[in-house]
Design a protein around this ligand. Structure first.
Ligand code: B12
Ligand code: SF4
Ligand code: SF4
Length: 346
């Protein structure tokens, strides 16, 4: 068995749904696109995206892994067959975030793969990264031929769709030339469904997202008070609208997605609870959940937004009314102001 076959087999055992290999030569066009994104200011408050700009070009540097020869691009699917039966609150959370924090799950397995690779030869280096490192994960996955980047900016794995989390193992191991993949090219054709489905018109052009307008940014990352004037729909945390409409996601859900099932606690919580959480209740509620990233104030603001939307449609929605009442006494003035703006007569 070749080293690539051994790695593929081990990645499969660890639960990865797709694996592909790219030569670790510095990025060119993807890095230019990333720089253009920064220059346009589309990253907004995500200041970490503007740090380590040069590091995102080349992975074979000491800060990542000196002497990297190969980038092993990994994908783990998370769409489940039974997601329509998720508790109502869970259905307002993006699919990737309804269960336990995927970082623990995917990253742990990527690290086990790196450990396996280090044992493949004397002095072989290997290091795993998932999400947080200054690595343009979609660009490397596309270069490896793991999938293609759709007009919604997401990496779509043929036959598996885009509900996939990405990770990578960098290694000093050189593979046989035939093991390296190559970009498979974009397959969207004339489709524009994702661009039209975006509730906040966040795409400035096909493939190009103004992150500041994205519901995901607004409900997860935003820390300032200048909330976007737009209807986010039934969304509390994150957004899947540009994936829900994608024809490449009309594939059988993964039988492998049990770890992404919603946390039971989402069955017990309404919007009013989310607005009244104190610090310790917030930490209890978001324990081991990606939702913790939102912070208490941003989560309360998203609950206020959702409550105002629901009350406008159903004036007898008691949970929405309680949430808005509670918001008037919130300890964060931005939450109080948002409630006054969105539901002045509630
Ligand atoms: C910052 C970030 C965000 C920000 C900004 C998103 C953005 N588009 O930049 C916000 C908070 C908005 C966000 C939202 C989401 N994110 Co996010 N995010 C990241 C993170 C940490 C960095 C992304 C980054 O570097 N952005 C800068 C831009 C310039 O780079 P890029 O997104 O890779 O962009 C590429 C395209 O724009 C493309 N491109 C630009 N122009 C053109 C033109 C053509 C012709 C082509 C082909 C390509 C192209 O080239 C760029 C470079 O490769 C990555 C993890 C990572 N380290 O990569 C996860 C990551 C991209 N996110 C992920 C997910 C799941 C999401 C959400 C679906 C979450 C949700 N359900 O709410 C949404 C999807 C929004 C969307 N349509 O992109 C996954 C994506 C998995 C996949 N299959 O693609 C990642 C890879 C995390 C992971 N480890 O799995 N995210
Ligand atoms: S995640 Fe939602 S808000 Fe963000 S680009 Fe996709 S559809 Fe638009
Ligand atoms: S919805 Fe259509 S345009 Fe958007 S990523 Fe999917 S195939 Fe491409």
């Amino acid at each position: 068995m070749s080293a690539a076959d051994l790695i593929r087999a081990r990645a499969g055992e660890l639960g990865f749904d797709a694996v592909a290999f790219a030569r670790a030569v510095p990025l060119d066009v993807d890095h230019s696109r990333y720089r253009a994104f920064l220059e346009a200011g589309y990253h907004g408050e995500l200041s970490y995206l503007a740090d380590n700009v040069e590091l995102r070009r080349d992975v074979s540097v000491p800060e990542l892994l000196e002497g990297t020869r190969t980038v092993i691009a990994l994908a783990r699917r998370y769409a489940r067959a039974d997601e329509d039966r998720d508790p109502p609150l869970a259905q307002t959370i993006a699919r990737y975030a309804r269960g336990r924090d995927y970082h623990n799950f995917v990253e742990k397995r990527a690290r086990l793969l790196a450990k396996f690779i280090r044992r493949l030869g004397e002095g072989v280096g290997a290091r795993a990264f998932v999400d947080a490192a200054p690595v343009l994960e979609r660009a490397w996955a596309a270069r490896a031929g793991l999938g293609f980047i759709g007009k919604n900016g997401l990496l779509i794995v043929p036959g598996q769709g885009s509900y996939c989390l990405l990770g990578e193992v960098l290694t000093t191991l050189e593979l046989a030339p035939e093991d390296y993949g190559s970009p498979i090219g974009e397959r969207c054709g004339s489709c524009t469904a994702c661009l039209e489905a975006c509730p906040t018109s966040a795409f400035v052009a096909p493939f190009v997202l103004d992150a500041r307008r994205c519901v995901s940014y607004q409900t997860i990352e935003r820390r300032t008070t200048d909330a976007l004037e737009a209807d986010f729909g039934e969304r509390l945390f994150g957004c899947d609208a540009c994936q829900e409409v994608c024809p490449y996601n009309r594939v059988a859900p993964s039988g492998n997605a049990a770890p992404f099932a919603p946390l039971e606690r989402w069955g017990d919580v309404g919007l009013a609870t989310l607005v009244t959480l104190d610090e310790s209740a917030f930490f209890r509620l978001t324990d081991a959940s990606p939702v913790r990233r939102a912070t208490r104030a941003t989560l309360a603001a998203s609950a206020v937004r959702l409550a105002a939307r629901r009350l406008a449609r159903a004036p007898d929605d008691a949970d929405a009314r309680r949430a808005l009442d509670a918001a008037r006494h919130h300890d964060d003035p931005a939450v109080v102001a948002l409630a006054a703006r969105l539901a002045p007569h509630a």
